[in-house]
Design a protein around this ligand. Sequence first.
Ligand code: ATP
Ligand code: ATP
Ligand code: MG
Ligand code: MG
Lengths: 252, 252
Amino acid sequence: MAQITALANQKGGVGKTTTAVNLAASIAIDEKKVLLVDLDPQANATSALGVDHQAVEASLYEALLEPEKARGMILPTEIECLSLLPSHMNLVGAQVELVNLPEREFRLRQVLDPLRKDWDHILIDCPPSLGLLTLNGLSAADGVLVPMQTEFFALEGLSQLLNTIELVQQNLNPLLKLRGILLTMYDNRLRLSKNVREEIETYFGKRVYQTIIQRNVKLGEAPSHGKPVLLYDAGCTGAQNYIALAEEFLHD
Amino acid sequence: MAQITALANQKGGVGKTTTAVNLAASIAIDEKKVLLVDLDPQANATSALGVDHQAVEASLYEALLEPEKARGMILPTEIECLSLLPSHMNLVGAQVELVNLPEREFRLRQVLDPLRKDWDHILIDCPPSLGLLTLNGLSAADGVLVPMQTEFFALEGLSQLLNTIELVQQNLNPLLKLRGILLTMYDNRLRLSKNVREEIETYFGKRVYQTIIQRNVKLGEAPSHGKPVLLYDAGCTGAQNYIALAEEFLHD
Ligand SMILES: Nc1ncnc2c1ncn2[C@@H]1O[C@H](COP(=O)(O)OP(=O)(O)OP(=O)(O)O)[C@@H](O)[C@H]1O
Ligand SMILES: Nc1ncnc2c1ncn2[C@@H]1O[C@H](COP(=O)(O)OP(=O)(O)OP(=O)(O)O)[C@@H](O)[C@H]1O
Ligand SMILES: [Mg+2]
Ligand SMILES: [Mg+2]
């Protein structure tokens, strides 16, 4: 039975997609079956795995409206144990269309619960907002992993995110737990990075992953080749960081 | 009569807020009256100007529901000619509440049109999505300035953004024009930065601002002091870049 983990943070550009894609790939090369679900209308996770999101025939948008059809939309990737439930721009429309549907926060759970038995891990890449799509992601998940940049605005957004997780636990998904906080784009030459890291570690203690993702340009280059970083440049810092994160994540 | 400009890009973390705050400040020190409107529930622009968004009594959320009260919500800042219409977390709720209201895309325009005569420029900081709040921003604006990181995912998001601007021009605001593309967080030591810059300049030509905002840690430090960068460290690259941008923006 799959563990379902949502990658969520309403702050934009903090490394949700980069973490979803590279953590999924690092778990999959360890012979565990992983499904990556792209819940963001930007479809960045979809293109980062080499799929042309504009050419996708059926995506998560259709799956949310007809959950029983989801299995047929799942695509293979270059990594044998890694599959993708792709996104499409039309997912933007889903935000408005879902609002007046019954069980609007549980559509994604209806898609994923029947798929749990076929995978070991399901990762959900969420968009940068606390709207209906992210609420669907948090309602379908067992745990949430929060990527955070070591920047000032990251601290500002924290209380809003924790509030939302609490509201979801009280009203939509009592079993949801905070799996951990992941520091991303860390640059240990910058005082700003160190200061914010200290604040986050003081506030969250053990819930901060030991693994810290360093700023590394290879992580930015890999998606333009449609590959996770471990297929693009396995020896680089970025690839090593995500392999270490996968180790820590699996032994949580 | 104020020119209204929206800072928009659904890609997260590209420098919308940093540009909104520092462009507004750089125009205001030139003795022009500027109103910064924080349309993002994250309220980053509000805290970057030293205002505690959790302590704000009335914010854009209330203004969208009762436009005639907006004038009383405007706050002064450390720069004489710069004022702020603050945001608050409760703006997240507005996305859902506005959906079933009449003229739901024009609520912000109803707030700002009566205020135009009191300012020379109004800048709107939009959230990282193409939802109802950003549609309100694009419907109220005369022009849109698009900050873009020189990263692969920036290119991916472009067609979606241009589609949205076109839809707004056709259905909501025929006068909306694309003022320009601003390259942000540029690092000329990185091949990735240079490659993406070339692609954007080939695609957009003259509509890319000559001024390029370099990656500069002072831009990340300034918000933690509640100040625009020109009050935090006027001599740094970041401050110089935004002063040059203001020059270019005003002479467009
Ligand atoms: N550790 C890193 N080092 C260098 N660049 C990185 C790193 N992590 C992510 N990036 C780059 O930074 C940008 C933002 O990362 P990413 O798109 O993964 O964030 P996100 O949180 O998914 O953004 P959004 O909020 O738009 O969904 C991307 O261009 C990505 O390639
Ligand atoms: N030129 C720059 N050099 C260094 N850091 C920068 C620069 N511009 C912005 N930053 C930092 O990068 C992060 C992202 O910038 P910012 O928050 O302005 O983007 P945004 O597009 O408003 O994000 P969101 O999509 O969440 O609204 C912030 O922590 C900011 O301080
Ligand atoms: Mg993303
Ligand atoms: Mg912002």
